[in-house]
Design a protein around this ligand. Structure first.
Ligand code: ATP
Ligand code: MG
Length: 362
């Protein structure tokens, strides 16, 4: 069976890179309240692997004994979180009870209050506080994950402000959110939740080639095939450090090798061509369509640079002020199309988008 997962939201069998972030999150769950990573934001362009990372962080939390309530920013998300917490909490209590078969164990008492404290008349915060109190009795933490963060959802803002209150009440709680740069930025600049600016921001960006390489190899070998070194190098290059592209390439290359146990260079080349075509249709075409004329003009002007561009150069090139270019640069950064590096230089963040832009005419 093909082990690659070129589907959004799917956790791959081997995560390329991201190890240091996962390790710091694991430590945060071990350390408990006070660890700054317990309030974290994952920011990155489409397909960079935010959702997969959220799942892995959730797994780490569970391994450290935390309960996890996963949700997506949407109307009714608060109720969703409450219900998820009740469901996973009930499981935990059941397991606790099994451990305490003699007399009325703590677990049993806990479960009684657990059910009776949930009267409908109470508001969300009260109900949630009650649950957190119960969890606190067994030192159990609660991780809330929010994917696809958007600031235009009132409950998103409510959740963030209430989270701050729970922290103040010393609850063992964590909030990890993920979203596109533009959406995260809107959320943290929202005046009602300005404390979120202090949340740890983790940029989910390009993955180093060596990490892609080892993830390719592990994924292939653990599923019963091998790959030639040259073929592997081609695949790594084609992935361009981009999580989604790695899965597309891996999937196609595996398919191309057919019944053969060894993935050789011809199979890799053929697979890579197909993956590029899929990537173009699935990512590049839609990204290009969503850009404004002004955005496109900046991107085209960037093509003259080998790799890195500066605001001053681009301004000169298109005959506009640096202020004008900066505005568009911010837009493109927020859309995840470009990324900024140290020294105020920026570059196109999506692999092969440069070549794609070359082939477009305004
Ligand atoms: N670290 C990784 N290594 C290898 N593949 C990954 C990694 N992270 C994610 N993937 C794969 O990349 C693809 C995109 O991942 P995911 O859906 O998590 O991205 P995303 O950032 O949440 O995208 P979106 O912004 O559209 O929600 C999926 O096919 C997933 O299996
Ligand atoms: Mg996602």
């Amino acid at each position: 069976m093909n082990p690659f997962t070129p589907t959004f939201g799917m956790v791959p069998p081997y995560l390329a890179g991201r190890q240091s972030l996962i390790t710091s999150m694991r430590r945060a769950f071990q350390n408990g309240p006070g660890d700054p990573n317990l309030s974290s934001v994952l920011v990155g362009p489409r397909g960079s692997g935010k959702t997969a990372l959220l799942s892995c962080i959730g797994d780490e939390a569970m391994k450290e004994g935390w309960l996890v309530a996963d949700t997506v920013a949407a109307d009714n998300m608060l109720d969703d979180i409450l219900q998820r917490t009740q469901v996973v909490g009930r499981e935990l209590l059941k397991n606790n009870e099994k451990k305490q078969l003699t007399g009325i164990g703590v677990g049993q008492m806990v479960s009684l209050t657990w059910e009776s404290d949930q009267a409908e008349t109470k508001n969300w915060r009260t109900k949630m506080s009650a649950l957190l109190n119960e969890l606190n009795k067994t030192q159990t933490g609660l991780l809330i994950t929010v994917d696809e963060v958007r600031a235009d959802i009132p409950e998103m803002i409510q959740l963030a402000s209430m989270y701050q209150l729970f922290i103040r009440e010393h609850a063992k709680i964590a909030l990890v959110m993920a979203g596109l740069p533009v959406n995260i930025n809107q959320l943290i600049s929202h005046k009602e939740v300005s404390f979120l600016r202090r949340a740890r921001q983790h940029y989910v960006g390009r993955i180093a080639d060596r990490d892609i390489r080892s993830a390719f190899r592990k994924t292939i070998e653990s599923a019963g095939k091998r790959i030639e070194d040259d073929a592997l190098s081609l695949a790594v290059e084609a992935a361009g450090g981009f999580a989604y592209m790695m899965q597309l390439v891996g999937y196609a290359v595996w398919e191309e090798s057919g019944e053969k146990e060894l993935i050789d260079t011809p199979a890799a080349k053929q697979g890579i061509e197909e993956a590029k075509e899929d990537f173009k249709r699935g990512v590049l075409d839609s990204t290009w369509r969503e850009l404004s004329k002004g955005d496109k003009k900046i991107l085209e002007a960037m093509l003259k640079d080998q790799e890195y561009s500066t605001v001053t150069d681009i301004a000169k090139r298109i005959g506009k002020t640096p202020g004008y270019v900066s505005t568009y640069k911010t837009r493109l950064l927020m859309a995840g199309v470009i990324e900024e590096l140290e020294g105020a230089v920026f570059t196109i963040a999506i692999p092969s988008f440069r070549e794609y832009i070359k082939n477009q005419s305004l």
